[in-house]
Design a protein around this ligand. Structure first.
Ligand SMILES: Cc1cc2nc3c(=O)[nH]c(=O)nc-3n(C[C@H](O)[C@H](O)[C@H](O)COP(=O)(O)OP(=O)(O)OC[C@H]3O[C@@H](n4cnc5c(N)ncnc54)[C@H](O)[C@@H]3O)c2cc1C
Length: 503
């Protein structure tokens, strides 16, 4: 216990992977409170105690040097793309402010995670961004990260769809229904100009609510209708909706045609346009943002309580179950994780609508990488695959399959590397050998949460708030428009600017 407590007392590391950080002087402005049942023993370890603010019961309050500096302290909960972007822009907008990031996991990145598999870097979470996602692209360029482009032809890719009975080729389907292709392109063009108008408004500005953001360039029209409603009475037939649009929506957002049409537009942008990723995967961008922000980063630090005090907040977190709870004081807090999953309680105030509580889609929760000789043709009940080795196979919602999408990646030493998005633990079910021949290697990531369900929102009160209380901001409400890295970047930058106006 002593070892753990003593380590907490020392100044906090300033950035990831910095093994010597704990022994260096820190500009941290943390006010750390350690709850302990043996306060007299602990006192030995806290000779550097500067102030004991409330020795109620067995609680010691330790103020480190930076609280003495008097500069404002912002605590960000969560080191995903959103939290990292917010930390980065806070440094740009408010260089004098101290920023502490508390992250529950033992790594930064959140829903971006890159690993080495079969000789290549592969993504287990967020993978790509598109041409119209210009804010994430600008950020990556600003940080001198190499960006790789995956060229698209501009046509809808000829995807192979398995509905449990037949194989449908989207290229063939669209060649029979060319008006559907034209209508989708036209709708996408209009959506992208609404998106661009929104971006232009907020290139330098701020928004205080999601309805305000959506109204700026006309995006709200796309969040009020479902895909089915939007394409009703258009040349985009039910068959095209099911095989062409819904399959991609299931892969990108884990949901279908009943969702807001904004999601379908983002998917169409994803398939008609060029796609990009940063070298080493998208988690590199998060790491670089955190490093460049100069924040104090605490990994394995799970926040459970935000308490409002007279003129500050207390943020309570634990580093491990067995350890005592730690407290850090903050002038401003940014919650950069979906509240439905963050497990944070609020005390001393009622935060502005955290409701409506969102549902989270469970169409897929696993992302796996498989190295195998080939896809087993017999899996498709005697229906022949076309082409023989498709680069991408989707399933439909009525196919009763435990997987949503299967992509063929690189090949080496006679084996192919596949990515598969699935809803069940396929390794345990012996499913891998049914779908693949000659399985050589397998790695899987189980995600507790992937994307929120995004139904059409007809009124203006259907979204969560960005400002939960004076000095308390929430980044992930905007995910109800679309859950994407770009949205996390836009939201993180917006909150940094809102804070810079108010501090
Ligand atoms: C499998 C998958 C594929 C995806 N593919 C793409 C894609 O190709 N392109 C794209 O643009 N988007 C994609 N996304 C979506 C994208 O990853 C997310 O929208 C985006 O990364 C969200 O970032 P965030 O920082 O808002 O949230 P998160 O990444 O979820 O970060 C939140 C962080 O907060 C931490 N946290 C939670 N609770 C606490 C607590 N109490 N205390 C401390 N820390 C806490 C979490 O550990 C986490 O690190 C994908 C997502 C998944 C899961």
């Amino acid at each position: 216990m002593y070892t753990n407590l003593r380590r907490e007392f020392f100044p906090m590391p300033r950035c990831i992977g910095d093994k010597n950080a704990a022994s260096r002087p820190s500009a941290s402005l943390a006010l750390v409170e350690l709850c302990c049942s043996q306060s007299s023993e602990m006192a030995v370890y806290f000779r550097r105690l500067k102030q004991s603010r409330s020795l109620h019961g067995h609680t010691l309050v330790v103020e480190t040097d930076s609280t003495m500096s008097g500069s404002p302290h912002v605590v960000i909960v969560g080191a995903g793309m959103g939290g990292a972007t917010c930390a980065y822009y806070l440094r740009k907008e408010l260089p004098g402010v101290t920023v502490t990031v508390l992250e529950a996991r033992d790594r930064v990145g959140g829903r971006t995670k890159d690993i080495t598999f079969w000789g290549s870097t592969v993504n287990m979470g967020a993978a790509l961004f598109n041409t119209e996602q210009r804010n994430i692209a600008a950020l990556a360029k600003e940080l001198n990260l190499k960006i790789h482009c995956f060229k698209r032809s501009g046509d809808f890719p000829d995807n192979t769809i398995w509905d449990g009975r037949e194989i449908v080729q989207t290229g063939k389907l669209l060649s029979i229904e060319p008006e559907a292709d034209a209508k989708m392109r036209q709708s996408l063009k209009e959506f992208l100009s609404a998106l661009e108008a929104t971006y232009q408004k907020y290139d330098n500005g701020t928004f205080r609510s999601i309805p305000e953001f959506l109204a700026a360039g006309g995006l709200e029209a796309y969040t009020r209708q479902s895909v089915e409603e939007f394409f009703c009475d258009t040349p985009v037939s039910k068959r095209v909706q099911k095989y062409v649009i819904e399959t991609v929506m299931r892969e990108f957002f884990g949901q279908g045609l009943e969702s807001s049409v904004a999601l379908a537009m983002i998917c169409l942008a994803g398939v008609y346009q060029d796609a990009f990723k940063t070298e080493g995967g998208m988690s590199q961008l998060v790491k670089t943002l955190i490093e460049s922000s100069g924040c104090n980063l605490h990994l394995n630090s799970s926040v459970s309580l935000v308490r409002k005090m007279e003129d500050q907040f207390e943020v309570w977190y634990s580093q491990r179950e067995a350890e005592p709870k730690l407290k850090i004081s903050a002038d401003t807090i940014v919650i950069a994780s979906p509240l439905e999953w963050a497990g944070i309680e609020f005390e001393g105030f009622i935060p502005a609508i955290v409701q409506p509580k969102r549902e989270w889609e469970r169409v897929y929760m696993y992302v796996s990488k498989v190295a195998a000789k080939s896809i087993r043709k017999s899996y498709f009940k005697g229906v022949s695959l076309s082409p023989d080795n498709p680069s991408c196979i989707y399933t439909t919602s009525d196919a009763s399959q435990p997987w949503v999408a299967l992509r063929s990646r690189d090949s080496s030493e006679g084996y192919n590397s596949y990515s598969i998005f699935h809803s069940e633990d396929i390794a345990e079910e012996g499913f891998l050998d049914q779908l693949f021949e000659g399985v050589r290697d397998f790695k899987s990531e189980r995600w507790d949460y992937v994307h929120p369900v995004c139904p059409p929102v007809r009124g203006s009160d259907g979204y969560q708030s960005i400002i939960l209380a004076d000095g308390l901001y929430y980044l992930n409400g905007l995910e109800s428009v679309a859950s994407q890295m770009e949205i996390a970047v836009v939201s993180g930058r917006n909150i940094a600017r809102l804070i810079s106006k108010e501090l």
